[in-house]
Design a binder for this molecule. Sequence first.
Ligand code: SAM
Length: 342
Amino acid sequence: MVIVVYRYGHRIARDKRITTHVALTARAFGADGIVIDEKDERIEENIRKVVERFGGDFFIKSGIQWKQYIKEWRGKIVHLTMYGEKVKDVIDEMRKYKDILVIVGAEKVPSEFYEIADYNVAIGNQPHSEVSALAIFLHMLTQGKWMEKEFDGVLKIIPCRKGKMLKCNYIKILEKEGCSAEVIEHCKKVNRLAMKIAEKIAEQGVKVDTQAVEAGSLLHDVGRAKTHGIMHIIEGVKIAKKYGLPAKIISIIERHAGAGIDEDEAIKLGLPKKNYTPESIEEMIVAHADNLTGNGYRKLEDAIREFKRKAGEKATKKLIELHKKLSEMAGIDIDMVIEELK
Ligand code: SAM
């Protein structure tokens, strides 16, 4: 069954919040999409962001006039109104239909709606709200099956008694953004080394945010979905922001190139004027794990050779300093960590 919600009477200035809630309710409770009469790009963008992060293929369209839309609708039309028939008297009958358009209003709905609708349905004969009416209607229509729907999103909420638990599937972000198999493989390798370095450092009693290292290492090259040039770090930041990732992770992506890029170097490379030097432990770990990962892992000596050839003396010096700093913090030469990984 295809269920589409038609939102009538949306006024951009007044109904921004409630129409967003109608759309979120429609999506969460099992509808396939929402159509809004008034054009509202912000609501469209907000709902698409939710779909991007939490999954599913819910659609949203706005600026669609009801007369035309309803004329072209091939299924049944259900208008939710407190003046309608009792929901429990008609809901079983509705489940046999293939496509259902559910109309909910804002303030006042034109009388024509009562005529064009196949069903005028009341969720209790008291006035309340389009959000509650829609939620209960969809719950009854789907017989509660909306609760079992798997959205398969990048973000997944893990139900817990106290606190908040949100799981992010970073590999899915790489795939969704269109990273190649090689890039994904490289990110996984960098992740393995970065986590090992983080573990060594933590063993020395230094506080390391391993969740940030996990996310940052897997996503550091997500911008390569758009370009393999240096601008991949800017593209990566944009993508991470789109998924609403925390500033800490965005910063790891932004500062992972080489052993850091200072403002002068940034200008020469065509990057926006800014310091891209890894500063936090997590940023340093990911940047250096990347330096020591090509197709396979390589020791500092090999990385130095490549840096001298491609990036010059200044960058090579920074590479050696970063290696030294992390080795001191880990209480072991990072080359030995690579040895352990092999
Ligand atoms: N007088 C309006 C009516 O027809 O229900 C109430 C306007 S109400 C603020 C906005 C929307 O909420 C209505 O267009 C209707 O879709 C929905 N609604 C409110 N109470 C309802 C109820 N008891 N049953 C079904 N829908 C209801």
